[in-house]
Design a protein around this ligand. Sequence first.
Ligand code: NAP
Length: 318
Amino acid sequence: MSEAPIFQRLALIGVGLIGSSIARAARLTGVAGSIVATARSEATRKRVAELKLANAVVDTNAEAVAGADLVIMCIPVGACGETARQIAPHLARGAVISDVGSVKGSVARDVAPHLPDHVHFIPAHPVAGTEHSGPDAGFAELFINRWCILTPSAETSAHAIERLTAFWKAFGAKVECMSPDHHDLVLAITSHLPHLIAYTIVGTAEELGQVTSSEVIKFSAGGFRDFTRIAASDPTMWRDVFLSNKDAVLEMLGTFNEDLSKLTRAIRRGDGQALFDHFARTRAIRRGILDVGQDSSAPDFGRPHAELPPLPRPYSSE
Ligand code: NAP
């Protein structure tokens, strides 16, 4: 529990996986004096109230932001501009306005023009998530040891950045600032392209003629199932990510296609050395990720393995 709240009143607009994780972490840590939440649908607002994720659940964005000194939009990237337009006249003087969107350039462009000069706009992206959605999917520990990237402009108040940094650090996150465009380039290769590949390969498997869908599912432990987890991610969120980060994704996709062509050629020519060298390099990258604690080193992602069954009767000594 922190000694004094960093913000007096936190307004959450959108309470899905990320919004509800923030609400849970904020309640546990005491970083906000009170939490006011709203969501687009009545069903979600009702569920947020049932789960007691906020001190108050209100029907409109305008009611949610009134008197709040921190406002976080936890909604799809494509909805941030219109939401900013709606809340702008109701924002408290000196409030920090932020978001959690997976793309930053488009959010900065869509939101900033609507906001009054008397607030501090600091776009943010907690690089943490799961393939689940909705207020039931969140958990307070989601941000522990994960990065939260802030993309303030050069003119943003240092004090406002410090407060938002302290807020995310209270959840166990590590915070780094960079420009929105640099964020989008980094995330295009580390997150957006891997999702596109997963969506592609799972779709391809479904369309195969000679291998039945039941065989794809049955033998999925060969690697396919790890792609299916990523490809189960929210369609609305990922549609918006690719539409909003088009240029960086297309640039990375161009490089990826060239590298795929090189590997295709190595396989066609039987160039085992090229394949081995490539795979050895990528294995070292995996080791690097484990070294900095960004994943578990447990084999098979720490999945539990069943015990060996007893030997069938005719062979057992019983
Ligand atoms: P989520 O679980 O699907 O929740 C989305 C929330 O946004 C819900 O409250 C939903 O309201 C609301 N919403 C949906 N469309 C809206 C619209 N057009 N206008 C206003 N509100 C709308 O999504 P999430 O995973 O929390 O993602 C939220 C944001 O976090 C996205 O910008 C995403 O890029 C970012 N993010 C996600 C992850 C991840 O792994 N999921 C990680 C980091 C960042 P209703 O429930 O009422 O429909």
